[in-house]
Design a protein. Structure first.
Length: 336
């Protein structure tokens, strides 16, 4: 697992590697026409059960493309399979060199793969698989394991002789495979150090604000040390509120998933993960870097167009980000 310092250097490193030997040499002087069909850019809609939006993802491609030999065309699938197929047809009609497809419907993705193959246009899948296409996306099981291990390590080091319980908060009724993988990963990571730990489950039904009331009720019936794993950063913020309102800061700790703006946010006055807020009960959040996807995915697209064969699945390099490391991973000029 790379360190946060390595992640900070990832963007210039990738560009340098590409220029030196991963594809630019073959394509010197050529610009590629690449289409990106985004999952859903509807205002207010968040992606993958986290706090990132389609606008965050698109912006990362716009920024990354500025230093690469690509001409970008953008489509919004609007969360609709029929719209996604129509966008793929538009990309084919525009004679793009490659389509980056971010669409969650498997039947639509199979049709998109068929139509692009007929037009001899390669596809690079983002998050959700497209038949025959290389895939870039998160490793939800690994991300969960990082959080579970961090919670258990905190308990071992801070409360070695205390009774410790666990609680998991999030959209736990969601049958989506990514959520189930995160839940399993949290359990696996915690059990590496605390094999007997069991997590009670508090279901927010996808509404992170409910974490406050749910955890408050739980805290009234549990007086021991508590490890809190939240499946999204908004739930972590409201769980933190419950801990503080019940004056349980001394025996609760929270680790979340996402590292989106809800938790380290932009120019907001109080950031839960910030060097000036080291006393927060939020120990950290596991980064998914969805607001940096463009920096990882566009170099992969250029490698494909330059003749390289990509792995079937390239994974996001998840790390736990804390108040001590957040400025190395997301410097202030990035957040603001």
């Amino acid at each position: 697992m790379p360190t946060s310092r390595v992640l900070l250097r990832r963007r210039p490193l990738l560009v340098g590697l590409l220029a030196g030997g991963l594809g630019f040499a073959k394509a010197e002087g050529r610009r590629f026409r690449i289409a990106f069909a985004n999952l859903d850019e509807t205002p207010g809609v968040t992606l993958e059960g986290l706090g990132f939006t389609g606008a965050d993802v698109r912006r990362s491609f716009e920024l990354a493309a500025r230093t690469l030999p690509v001409d970008m065309t953008y489509f919004d699938n609007a969360g609709d399979p029929t719209h996604a197929i129509a966008n793929a047809d538009a990309a084919v009609a525009a004679h793009v060199d490659l389509l980056i497809e971010y669409n969650a419907d498997s039947d639509a993705n199979a049709e998109i793969a068929h139509r692009c193959a007929a037009a001899h246009i390669p596809v690079l899948a983002l998050v959700d698989p497209v038949p025959g296409a290389p895939l870039y996306g998160p490793d939800n099981r690994v991300a969960g394991r990082i959080a579970g291990h961090a919670l258990a390590a905190f308990a071992r080091d801070t409360w070695p002789d205390e009774r410790v319980a666990g609680v998991m908060i999030g959209d736990l009724a969601d049958p989506w495979a990514a959520v189930m993988d995160r839940v399993q990963g949290i359990n696996d990571g915690a059990h590496e150090l605390l094999p007997g730990l069991k997590f009670a489950q508090l279901d927010t039904a996808g509404q992170g604000v409910r974490a406050d009331a749910l955890l408050t009720k739980f805290l009234l019936n549990d007086s021991g040390k508590l490890l809190i794993a939240t499946l999204d950063d908004l739930a972590a913020v409201y769980a933190k509120n419950a801990v503080e309102m019940n004056r349980r800061q001394g025996d609760c700790v929270i680790v979340s998933q996402g590292l989106d703006h809800n938790i380290h946010g932009g120019i907001s006055e109080k950031k839960e993960i910030d060097p000036s807020n080291r006393a927060s009960v939020v120990l950290g959040s596991v980064a998914y870097f969805m607001d940096r996807y463009g920096y990882d995915v566009l170099p992969l697209a250029i490698r494909m167009l330059s003749g390289a064969t990509l792995p079937r699945h390239s994974m996001t390099q998840h790390v736990l980000v804390t108040a001590n490391t957040v400025f190395r991973v997301y410097p202030p000029f990035d957040m603001n």
